[in-house]
Design a binder for this molecule. Structure first.
Ligand SMILES: Cc1cc2nc3c(=O)[nH]c(=O)nc-3n(C[C@H](O)[C@H](O)[C@H](O)COP(=O)(O)OP(=O)(O)OC[C@H]3O[C@@H](n4cnc5c(N)ncnc54)[C@H](O)[C@@H]3O)c2cc1C
Length: 463
């Protein structure tokens, strides 16, 4: 065999798997047909967060006058912003390539395709390995009638290239995490943004109260949100993209004109070109590769991790699964048994959650108590000019066991680390409340939300 482990795909799942396998003494190769770092580093998490930061900084300039800081209206050099974003991506992907070298992971360039269960073909070469980890990720789902040209009608990859001038009228088709992050970016950069969502609620999967609060804040920032609405078709004309919209309840159709349309209606797993059948594998109807908690497919020495192995399609889930697969191959008793996988919308404020929503907890048969602490009562939030949102805690009545934490607040994604650890440690609301949190910090809102479960929060009137 050429290698102990051959990883296919160098996204978060693949590069974590490759590096951990190498750390554990295995002879590792990682095949990548595109750029090292995968979707997350190149066209996902990192560039979106860079643009979100740029947009947020512009928005913040408008509030600085409140504390006496004034300067002329902010002007934006779009080419420079795009270049700055691309520079971060380059630095991070270069970092992964450097880590491969340092860990002696052989980087194979090209598309890997199975010849049999122990052999893949890359270009005109073949490589054998004792184990494989498939980490081929996902790609944007398409929508019939809306043909992506990456200029006027874009998917998330096209949307990362902010045009100059910024589109005056922007439509985001899909009110999920990606749709809202781009809506927020373009809204802050000066576009008039409309988000349409087919379902009755935006950000499916998040807690209903948190989503309501989040939607209210996004609307206040100027984003138009319409639910139960779909886009049937989009035609490019001289004055813009004409989009036929349909109210899915009444069937009423209207045509509106936009300068840019983003299609963000989900992602689908990517197995094309892998020739799975030759390895004795078959994707499910929805295109995923089925795995057990040790990330093994139906062919035990072939593993699958990340977006291609199932929902939620998140980088940190892919990373964890990559580590598990590598550790199992190295003979460790490793397993993917996370209590909860956090979710974040990186707008400002952020919407972030971990664990069960109130409804999910009720559906699972828990008798539920909730606590809520508004950021408007947080001293730290006031000093940061970020008093919108709240921390909501879902707790089992009687046992006081923490079931879920839902946050709409500045830096909610960072506050989530504590909540995630609490869930993994099977903490009670009292455990969180008894932990001394530094003052003044946004994290105190997590403590006070836990106190509020017991009607003993200090900085609000408990009802
Ligand atoms: C706009 C956007 C923003 C996002 N923001 C976030 C975020 O903030 N936080 C978060 O957690 N997640 C985010 N995600 C999701 C995140 O990017 C994915 O969950 C993550 O990249 C999945 O990692 P992966 O390793 O499974 O696959 P990918 O990152 O998709 O990587 C798969 C790699 O495999 C390669 N490949 C595929 N087939 C082959 C083959 N046959 N041979 C060789 N190579 C192959 C591909 O070229 C690719 O590089 C975002 C996604 C998008 C699109």
């Amino acid at each position: 065999m050429d290698f102990d482990v051959l990883v296919i795909g160098a996204g978060p799942g693949g590069y974590h798997a490759a590096i951990r396998a190498a750390q554990l003494g295995l002879k590792v190769a990682c095949a990548e047909m595109g750029a090292v770092g995968g979707v997350c580093l190149n066209i996902g998490c990192i560039p979106t967060k860079a643009l979100l930061h740029a947009g947020e900084t512009i928005a913040n300039t408008r509030h600085a006058a409140d504390f006496g800081l004034s300067y002329g209206p902010a002007t934006l050099d779009i080419a420079k912003m795009n270049g700055w974003k691309d520079g971060i991506v380059k630095k991070l992907t270069g970092g992964v390539a450097g880590l491969f070298k340092a860990n002696k992971v052989t980087h194979l360039v090209g598309q890997a395709s199975f010849i049999d269960a122990n052999t893949v073909k890359i270009g005109d070469k073949t490589y054998t390995a004792s184990s494989f980890i498939i980490a081929t990720g996902s790609e944007p789902a398409t929508l019939k009638g809306l043909d992506v040209d990456q200029v006027a009608i874009v998917d998330s990859t096209g949307a990362l290239n902010v045009p100059d001038p910024v589109p005056a009228r922007m439509l985001c088709v899909g009110g999920g995490v990606i749709g809202f992050e781009f809506a927020h970016i373009y809204n802050n950069l000066g576009s008039k943004v409309k988000v349409i969502e087919f379902l009755p609620n935006i950000i499916p999967g998040a807690d209903a109260d948190a989503v309501k609060e989040f939607g209210k804040i996004m609307k206040k920032q100027g984003i138009e949100i319409v639910t139960r609405m779909k886009a049937n078709s989009a035609q490019k004309q001289a004055d813009g993209v004409h989009v036929e919209l349909e109210n899915v309840e009444t069937g009423e159709k209207t045509t509106e004109v936009f300068d840019r349309v983003l299609v963000a209606v989900g992602r689908r797993p990517r197995t094309a070109g892998l020739n799975l059948e030759a390895a004795g594998l078959k994707a499910t109807e929805r295109g995923f590769i089925e795995v057990n908690t040790r990330m093994q497919t139906g062919v035990p020495h072939i593993y699958a991790v990340g977006d291609v192995a199932g929902n939620p399609m998140l980088a940190h889930k892919a990373m964890k699964e990559g580590l598990v697969a590598a550790e199992v191959i190295a003979g460790k008793p490793s397993e993917q048994d996370a209590v909860a996988i956090p979710g974040v919308v990186y707008t400002s404020p952020e919407l972030a959650w971990v664990g069960l929503t109130e409804q999910e907890a009720i559906d699972k048969g828990y008798k539920v108590k909730t606590g809520l602490f508004p950021m408007s009562a947080s001293g730290r939030a006031m000093t940061l000019q970020s008093t919108e949102g709240f921390v909501k805690m879902v707790v089992e009545e009687g046992t006081d066991l923490l079931l879920g934490v839902h946050i709409v607040a500045a830096h909610a994604s960072d506050l989530l680390g504590e909540a995630g650890l609490a869930l993994e440690m099977a903490a009670t609301a009292s455990d969180v409340a008894l932990t001394i949190h530094a003052h003044p910090t946004l994290g105190e809102a997590v403590l006070e939300a836990a106190e509020s479960v017991h009607k003993q929060a200090i900085h609000i009137v408990n009802r």
